[in-house]
Design a protein around this ligand. Structure first.
Ligand SMILES: [Cu+2]
Length: 118
């Protein structure tokens, strides 16, 4: 009795496992056609580089402060907001919806950039 229950569980696990494999394969094919799901913006010499970054939905973008002075990364539309980043500190945000996300440095508002999520 106990043995047959185990076999049934094993069969269920196999079916579930195959389902997961199929989904994984699909994700792999999608990611092979698209850019990696991470992207980096460097903050250097009072500017964001690249100033305009285009990424697929689901991408995690990192901002790294390469300047000797503090900066912030603040979404113009209030979608994200970093703390004050000292030299070599990073801020991460994952973009789960398509759209254009302008941002700026709240300490130096002339510093602007945008992330375009497709
Ligand atoms: Cu700044």
């Amino acid at each position: 009795m106990r043995r047959s229950a185990s076999i049934a569980s094993l069969a269920t696990a196999l079916v579930l496992g195959m389902g997961e494999l199929g989904a994984g394969q699909q994700r792999f094919e999608l990611s092979a056609q698209q850019k990696p799901e991470t992207a980096e913006v460097k903050i250097d010499n009072f500017s964001f580089g690249p100033a305009a970054l285009t990424v697929p939905v689901g991408t995690t973008v990192s901002w790294t402060n390469r300047d000797d002075i503090p900066h912030t990364v603040v979404s113009t539309d209030g979608v994200f907001k970093s703390k004050v980043l000292d030299t070599d500190e990073k801020f991460y945000f994952t973009f789960s919806k398509a759209g254009t996300y302008p941002y700026f440095c709240s300490i130096h508002p002339k510093m602007t950039g945008k992330v375009i999520v497709q």
